[in-house]
Structure formats: structure tokens, C-alpha cells
Design a protein around this ligand. Sequence first.
Ligand code: ADP
Ligand code: MG
Length: 681
Amino acid sequence: MPSLFNTPLDRLRGIGASRIKLYNRLGVNSIGDLLRFYPRTYEDWSNPCKIADAPENAACCIRAVIERVSKPARIHGNLTIFKFAASDGCDNITITFFNQRYIYQKLSDGGEFLFYGTVKKYSGYYEMSSPTVSDTNGEGIHPVYPATAGLTSRQIEAAVRQAAALLPERVNDPIPTEILEEYGLCSLDFAIRRIHFPDDFEDVGRARKRLAFEEMLILQLGMARLKRRGTREKTSYITDRDYSNEFQRLLPFRLTAAQNRAIAQCIADMKESVYPMNRLIQGDVGSGKTAVAASVCYTAIKNGMQCAFMAPTEILASQHYKSLSELLAGSGIRLALLTGSVTASKKRVIYGALESGEIDLVIGTHALISDSVVFRSLGLVITDEQHRFGVKQRAALISKGANPHIMVMSATPIPRTLALMIFGDLDLSVLDEMPPGRQKIDTCLIDSGKRNRAYNFLKKHIDSGNRCYIVCPLVEENESELESAEAYIKKLGKTVLGEYNIGLLHGKMKASDKDAVMRAFAEGKTDILVSTTVIEVGVNVPEATVMMIENADRFGLSQLHQLRGRVGRGKDKSFCILVSDNQSGNTRERLSVLCRTNDGFKIADEDLRLRGPGDFFGSRQHGLPELKVASMSSVDMIDKTQAAARKILEKDPDLRSKEHRGLYFEISRLFAKVGNTEQLQ
Ligand code: ADP
Ligand code: MG
């Protein structure tokens, strides 16, 4: 459709300069854009239902004959109302309109019409208010477009109808036929016509699937081409054999399908290519990323490599050391922990053992990048929570091997499409399944009127041997974090929680002080940990069973979900209490998402939907191309399009062949919107 993207909107009847401005506001600048401006949803006018069968609280279409129209009556000011009675042959309904005189003009006694709206049911009495009206030719499925002030969905629909008539008889398809067939996708021609004007909902499904695939494929191809710009050097570490089955036999549990898939993807990266693995493992807290890392290390080590695992803080490094030691117990693999607080003499021993190859896997903090650390054969570098490490730090560790394989682990559930763009240089594995038996954290939303009840709830948990977190973000701009938290603790002292040991964590503390506070809490020296800031991601305190979050509306959903993930790590049922006095419907809706689901990816998607990608990381950091249809959570689609993109690029790395001209054009178009085209040349 390239040429339609150059065709201005005023080619369409009824669209002049002022309308064009409204369309521009919707991001529609040409006829091609208009055809790619997809309906937000649909109204189903295809099967009018009987009045008595109308669903509650949902709109539907009814077909009824008008029996008696009452004259419009002025209620007050310029508000007029008119009502009429209609019948579908079985039941009667009263239909009311406000102000819409043009509808009054259209309706006449005895006429039959379609009405789309919500039927309210009272005992023996039905009512509909301000439905959309159409004559009986209007059956079918109607698109509903994201409208803007001054431009209704119906007006957009009419324009799209005209635009669709301008489509050539056969629309050129950017996706090669071979790929369409392989993935069971419909043609662009079908998709573009039916996404707007479907015959049935099956059409909508097929069209959406195809368009989402196209969008993801184009994004993947664009990203892959960006990736290729960085010259990748061959790795010196060859993996001949996959030892993951052997590793599984060491474990007391069975790995989940998602874990096995991620492990297989990593090992394939290390085995099948001369280039090093460069992969992001993304999984919600508790999804078992450490076991995946352990398995991949196992195979790497059995193939003669050394592995380094870098965590952002001492406490996380010690926890990883502990978990990995347990997971690899009985394997003969030699591990070491190297952090800043290891004594100088011990450090020297570790340095020696790394250089001689006596240590297979070293886990540590930034201490790993010290010049004194020399490896014999560093083949695999794993970093946890990569956003905490500067590029330089990671590069410093990587440079200690000859192009080692790289694995990055992230517990931040970033919507997949975003992850793909942000970590564009990494392949992605997602752990979208929890190990069996993982308990759900019950979450509730309260206002501050119920705070004392919440404190009593915390007290009960502490009295039965557990611990609690309270997060209280900074509220007053002119207050320091410390003042704010100290004021909170002072108030807490006057409540039922006053008798317990309370620890305090705030953002301005030195890392070593933070570690000390966390450790005291982990060891049970404090019962309650009050924090102004995000508690260390990944810290594991199994006895912590309640997370109370003050001013919860200050956080993004994903952040709240991360915070909530600090509890529910032991055997006892855990809870999260969100406190917010913000009564706005939007905020309540947002927070209630957390009460409904424990799935971090769903939450991230919802967060993205409600706040938009620009807001997703608190500040707009990335010029992300806008995606229209690609479902943010379809892992399957990402895998498929990734495979398809690979196949296309293998055949035609520069996308110069005639067959790929359409794809090339679409990639340039998508990336042009974020000013990224020059990178694609
Ligand atoms: P993550 O790092 O993703 O938050 P972990 O790797 O720390 O999760 O795993 C959380 C806990 O679940 C650990 O105690 C781990 O031993 C256990 N675990 C991991 N995988 C499985 C599995 N497939 N079945 C049962 N338990 C598992
Ligand atoms: Mg972990």
C-alpha cells in the first residue's frame, strides 16, 4: 500500500482542512494511515436479540417496531426528552432520547428499526436510554474507532469506507507467501478490509492475528537489523554437549516447562552458533530463574567453561550463592562467593583459584570486576537485574573472557513488547509459568480510616512469629526521606505496633547500611521493616508475611507488584495491604488490578495500557514505535515472529530482494516515527 501512504486525506469526500487536523490528532496523516487506523472494538448488530434475552450491563442490538412516539418535551434549559414505546412482538420496551431531535425526525409509528444499547430490566418493564439507531439494513458488525472531540466513530467509519474503496483490487502483501502459509495467516488484503468491516467475529480474529503478526515481525526485523550494526565477534567457548538432563537428575523437583524451554534456548544459543549467547531471561519473582541459571552453568562448566554471576548488592550475591550451592550440591561444581566484605586473605585465595581454574562458578558483586580477578576460561557471564549495572561494569566483567556467553536475568515484568525494544540487543526467554504449589498473595485495598485495623492485622502476624514490611513513600516534596520515615515510625510508636522492633530503610542510606538493616530483618532482629524506598528486589525473607503499602497510588502497578513479591516466600499464607485515600475511579481501577491477579506480566500489560509506554518507567527513556494490534502479552507471537524474522534475514540479510520490498518499506515507516531510520540503512 505504499502509494496510499502518500495520498492525502482530502481525496476523501467530506474531509477538508479542519477535519484533517482532527485526523492528524489521531495520528492519521494519509489514506494509508486511515486504513491502518484500526477499530478499538466492535458493535455486534448482526444478531438482534429478543428484548427479554438482552444481557444485563452489556450493550446489544434489538429489533423493534415503534408503537407510539411521544412529542419531545423540554425538561429544563435546553434539555429536551422524547420517549417512545416499541415492541419486538413478545415484549415492550420504552426507549428514551435526550436532545437528539434528528432521531425524532427519523422515527415514525409503525416503523421497524434496530437499536443498539443497554437494556435495563425492571420487574416486567424494559427500558433503553439513548441507543444508536439504524434502519433494518444496518445489521452486521460495526467498527468502533477511538474517536476524538469533534470526530465521531461513525464519521471515521464513513471515511474508512471511502478509503477502502480506493484499495487496489489486490493489495500487495509485505509478508512473503511462504511465511503466510507456514503460520496460517490471512492475506493483508483480507485483513485490512475485514478488520474494519468484518462479516463475523471470526474475520476479526483472523485479521487481528495477521496484523499483529505483521506488526511484531516488522518490529523484530527492525530490531534485528539494529542489532546487526554492532559487530559481534565469535566466541571461543564451544559447547559440544547439552547436560541439562543430567542436571535435572540432581534436583529434588521437576523443572517447569517454561524453565526447560528457557534452558533449551540458552543451550541452543551456546551450541548452534559461533557467536556468543546474548539472552535475557525474564520471569516474575519466584518463577525459578536461579534454577535456569544453575542448569545453564552446569552445561557450560561441563563443557570446560568458568562462569561468573554478578548481583547488584552483597545480600543478593550471598543469597544467590546459597541457592546455587544448594541447586548444584552433589554436582562436583566448585563455587565461590566474592564480595567487597570478603577478607583480603580469602580474596587472594579466590583470585588464585579463579586463575588456575579450580573454581568453576564465582558469584559476587562489583568485586568481580576488580583488576585482580583473572579467569582461566570465563565462558559465561550472568548478571542479575541488569538495569542496576552500568554498561561499563558489565563490559568490564565480559572483557575477562574471550567473548563469553551472556545471560541477563530480570524479575521486572516488563510487557514483552517493551522488553523486546528496550533489550533490543538481547534474545528473550520468558518464564511465564510458576513452579507448582506457589501460593497467591491476598491483596486488599483500604483507605486510611482502616489503618488501625491493618496494624492489628500486622500485630497478629508478628505475634505468631512472622515479620512485616511497611512501605511509606515520601509525600511532602520539601521533606527529606529520612524525616518522613522517622515521622512515620514515631506515629507507629503510638499504635499497637509500638512495642515491636522496627527497622528503617531509606533511599539515601549507604549500601552497607542498607545491607545491615536488611540483614537484621532477615535474621529476625527486627519485626517490622519500614521503608521509604523500593526494598531490594530479590531479597528473600521467608518469614515476612505482610506487606503494607501506604499511599499506594504513588506507585506504578509493576512497582507495587514487585514490592508485594517480598512476601509469600515462605510456607505461611501472605498478604498485601494497599492503603490509599485517592478516590478517583481511575486510581481505584488501577489498584484493584493487583487485588485481582498475581500475574506480573498481566499487571505490567495493564500498567502499560493504563499509563502508556511513555510513563512505564517513570520517565520517558525510549523512543518506542507505537504498536497497534500486537497483543502485549502474546509470548507465542513473539517466538513465532522471531523465528520468521530469522528465516527472512538468513535468506536476505539486507531485505533488498523484490519479495521483501514491502517489509522494508513497513520497517522504515515504523521506525521513522521514532526517528530511527538512519540506523536501519
Ligand atoms: P526467581 O529467581 O525467579 O525469583 P528462584 O529461582 O529463586 O526464583 O526460585 C524460587 C524458589 O522456587 C526456590 O526455592 C527454588 O528452589 C524453587 N524452584 C525453582 N524451580 C522450581 C520448580 N520447577 N519446582 C519447584 N520448585 C522450584
Ligand atoms: Mg531470584
